[in-house]
Design a protein around this ligand. Structure first.
Ligand code: GLU
Length: 433
């Protein structure tokens, strides 16, 4: 219920001062947020606060390159909201990242954690760099210096980063070491997504891809689709895409198109997924696999039962949305769909599993890693998988129940569930003045 009236004078906001609103990713999130806020009749004072991050840190990161020169990269850490618990979210190394996108991603983490019922808030970090152009040593230098620069605002009880696009277990191990050197003792709780050998959790690497497929299973049940023999398409063959493929294969589904940085590949009779894994392990990308070559974005419009965008954001817009022919669209990626495309997909009967539910498996097992690290007692694969499924399926069903009760798209429903939990916590905690 709304308790306040819109104030007459709009205060200056980060959105305007930092031109966050110029970014398509930020615009997409705000549009979806405003739609959900309307459904919830969210208090405008709460809405005003939630539309922007609580804290933004921009750092410059000097890195000694192998040829002796010093390059300077821009790094970010954005903390959106910590009403439910410490800020949580990955660190992305990507050439095209900007402040608007990192802020949007931080906001999405708030809703992801809230809709899953995790006692965590939302944050995100990034460095504007193409990690594939750096040597291992340069990458380590970059990671350590970026860590040192953001250390004033991160910590095991304040803000806990994790891997994201362009970063992995190794990156997390370097962050642990940098933090531990500072403290003078082993301090792994600074990040999750660490290798098991330095305090990580089993199944953390697999978690996002597995979670994606658990939600696909739920959706398939709802619409009466049998995954055995179903066709699917993957846009992205990184951490999320490969583990999603592994799970889809277990269920007898057939991969008919796939894309990665090297381009798109179509094979209507179905790829041998294990061969693809082997190929990528040896050659780093899909380049050279036997298939029809197409531009990477074209795989999105290959007719199939399940489409899994599992790469970058805003790849589905009003241009290609009318050409998308799938029954289920499962958002392994963060923010692959622009709001104008949502309307088209909905009209065409595509069943969308929104990112904040679909890809929540990663942060869920990150939460388990954080809990296990805290008690220095680690669970086995079976325990992790059972707990992951319980949380993901409950989060999915909660969002779907809201969608049906209020007759709104699942994306808006999931946001509503997440936002209302944050709203309640904010009201209970009150405003520190
Ligand atoms: N980077 C992943 C995400 O954004 C995982 C975050 C985490 O594990 O904290 O969903």
């Amino acid at each position: 219920m709304s308790h306040s009236s819109q104030s007459m004078v709009e205060s200056p906001s980060m959105e305007k001062d930092l031109t966050l609103a110029d970014s398509p990713a930020y615009r997409r999130n705000i549009e979806n947020f405003d739609n959900a806020a309307k459904v919830l009749n969210l208090d405008s004072n709460i809405a005003r606060r939630l539309r922007q991050p609580e804290r933004i840190l921009i750092v410059s990161v000097p890195v000694r390159m192998d040829d002796g020169t010093v390059n300077v990269y821009t790094g970010y850490r954005v903390q959106h909201n910590d009403s439910l618990g410490p800020y949580k979210g990955g660190i992305r190394f990507h050439e095209e990242v900007d402040l608007g996108e990192v802020s949007a991603l931080a906001m999405s983490m708030t809703w992801t954690c809230a809709v899953m019922g995790l006692p965590l808030g939302g944050g995100k970090g990034a460095v504007k760099v193409d990690p594939f152009r750096l040597s291992r040593r340069e990458l380590q230098n970059l990671t350590r210096r970026y860590t040192a620069e953001i250390l004033p605002i991160i910590g095991p009880n304040t803000d806990v980063p994790a891997p994201d696009m362009g970063t992995n277990e190794q990156t997390m191990a370097w962050i642990v070491d940098t933090f531990s050197q500072r403290l003078g003792h082993f301090a792994p709780a600074i990040v999750t997504g660490k290798p098991v050998e330095v305090g990580g959790s089993v199944l953390r690497s697999e978690a996002t891809g597995r979670g994606v497929v658990y939600t696909i299973e739920e959706a398939a049940n709802e619409i009466g689709l049998n995954l055995k023999g179903a066709t699917y398409v993957l846009h992205g063959f990184g951490n999320v895409g490969t583990f999603a493929a592994q799970e889809m294969t277990k269920r007898g589904a057939k991969l008919i198109a796939v894309a990665d940085v090297s381009g798109g590949y179509v094979n209507k009779s179905g790829f041998d997924v294990h061969q693809l894994f082997e190929h990528v392990r040896r050659n780093r990308t899909l380049e050279g696999i036997a298939a029809e070559r197409v531009p990477a974005l074209d795989v999105l419009t290959v007719p199939c039962d399940v489409l899994i965008p599992a790469a970058t954001g805003h790849v589905i817009d009003s241009n290609n949305a009318p050409k998308i022919k799938c029954k289920i669209m499962a958002e392994g990626a963060n923010g692959p769909t622009m709001p104008e495309a949502d309307v088209i997909l909905e009209r065409n009967g595509v069943f969308t599993i929104p990112d904040i539910v679909c890809n929540a498996g990663g942060v869920t097992v990150s939460y388990f890693e954080w809990v296990q690290g805290g008690m220095h007692f680690f669970w086995n694969e079976e325990e992790i998988d059972t707990r992951l499924q319980a949380i993901i399926r409950k989060g999915y069903r909660g969002a779907r129940a809201f969608a049906k009760d209020h007759n709104v798209p699942t994306r808006i429903a999931a946001l509503c569930v997440g936002i209302s939990r944050v709203d309640k916590a904010m009201r209970l905690r009150g405003l520190y003045a």
